[in-house]
Design a protein around this ligand. Structure first.
Ligand SMILES: Nc1ncnc2c1ncn2[C@@H]1O[C@H](COP(=O)(O)OP(=O)(O)OP(=O)(O)O)[C@@H](O)[C@H]1O
Length: 370
């Protein structure tokens, strides 16, 4: 798929921007702080209605303005569509061809993106939260059902935690019956989230393993596992297992006033040659593993949705050594439309014919003619 045009209104440091982005590789070049990342952030929001930089989308509205608008035309095998996301201080609205989609899960997936930032190099070493977010963002864009299950899970979790806290503050309160109901709700939604993540991780592993073996020169085998759940288990089995764990930890949860087990605590475990990469892999090995996971995501989305996603690379080339750069660059262009930010064009020579270079300067962009 391709993002053919992008329009911004009062987004970050862009009062107004209109870009023709039909080229296979769109490069945004400029000094620091000029607005390169802002463009990728806008595309990320257009795709996912979320920003990788902030949870508070209102921060993206240009200072002094009331709202921001991101619009883009997406060309897919099935046809083209006009997408838009409006940000205001009170929330966000997403629309297709001008018609609002009140449920975000009915919007996400119209434009698929894989974003790779220097922070993604922390995927291996970072906290479990980073990896959970990675899973949620990626599964969310290929499965609207997953997004709904996750939302319902988060709601049930917050209710259960409130109940635990109030019981903790007031030990004489009888809450067993109510807690039984919330345990059931939590296990119902949570088991769907767990099973979907386990399935995603299994497919991701298949792609990542092959890519990693290539990038590491056949020296390393990458394996992934998630929450000790096998994708072959039935929903009922996972439900019973999770419910059992919730019951087993009930007194602990009551004492702590919070839920100690479930998808909000699970981790994606990444192994290199059967050893946990976070603990044992060198910096370089961790970078290779992160790169393999990102490239695997591209393949996985193609498998799931039938065409390649758009790749967004935020200042990541300069973070990789020449060997890893070559692997990343070889994924770009012909089939995978790519948007990247950089301060120099080094390393992109092989893509010369596919490049459209945009020069970014203080919230203004001009297309550089070859
Ligand atoms: N809400 C906003 N309104 C107006 N300007 C903003 C807003 N948010 C951020 N900016 C401005 O956007 C600029 C940063 O843009 P961006 O992060 O895209 O830079 P960059 O070109 O990617 O830089 P670097 O190469 O350092 O990453 C800063 O000058 C900042 O002041």
């Amino acid at each position: 798929m391709r993002l053919e045009s992008l329009q911004l209104l009062h987004f970050r440091n862009y009062p107004h921007l209109q870009l023709d982005t039909r080229a296979p590789v769109n490069v945004f070049i400029g000094e620091n702080g000029q607005g390169k990342t802002n463009v990728l952030e806008a595309i990320d929001i257009l795709a996912l209605t979320k920003s990788h930089r902030t949870h508070r989308l209102a921060e993206c509205i240009q200072w002094g303005e009331q709202s921001a608008l991101i619009e883009g035309r997406v060309q897919r095998n099935t046809g083209s569509s006009e997408l838009s996301v409006t940000l205001t201080s009170s929330g966000k609205r997403a629309a297709v061809a001008g018609v609002e989609r009140p449920r975000i899960s009915d919007y996400v997936g119209m434009l698929n993106v894989v974003l790779f930032t220097p922070e993604d190099l922390q995927l291996i070493k970072g906290s479990p939260q980073v990896r959970r977010r990675f899973l949620d963002m990626e599964i969310g864009q290929i499965s609207p059902v997953y997004l709904r299950d996750l939302q319902q899970y988060v709601r049930a979790l917050s209710q259960r935690n409130q109940l635990l806290k109030s019981a903790n503050a007031n030990p004489t309160e009888r809450i067993t019956d109510t807690l039984d109901i919330w345990d059931d709700q939590l296990a119902r939604h949570g088991s769907r989230v767990i099973l979907r993540r386990a399935k995603f991780v299994r497919t991701l592993e298949r792609h990542a393993r092959e890519i990693h073996s290539r990038v590491s020169g056949d020296r390393e085998v990458l394996s992934l596992s998630y929450a000790k759940v096998s994708p072959e288990q039935t929903p009922e089995q996972v439900f019973q297992m999770y419910l059992h764990e919730l019951r087993a930890r009930r007194s602990l949860d009551l004492a702590r006033g919070m839920t100690s087990v479930g998808p909000h605590r699970d981790d994606l475990v990444i192994l290199l040659n059967d050893r946990e990469a976070a603990a044992f892999a060198s910096q370089g090995q961790q970078r290779t593993a992160a790169l393999s996971l990102k490239l695997a995501e591209i393949e996985l989305i193609r498998e799931e949705v039938g065409e390649y996603p758009v790749l967004l690379l935020d200042d990541v080339l300069s973070e990789l050594d020449p060997v890893r750069q070559v692997h990343l660059v070889s994924a770009m262009g012909a089939q995978v439309q790519t948007f990247l930010t950089t301060t120099h064009l080094e390393g992109l020579g092989s893509l010369a014919g596919a490049l459209q270079v945009f020069v970014v300067e203080a919230g203004q962009i001009r297309a550089k003619t070859p």
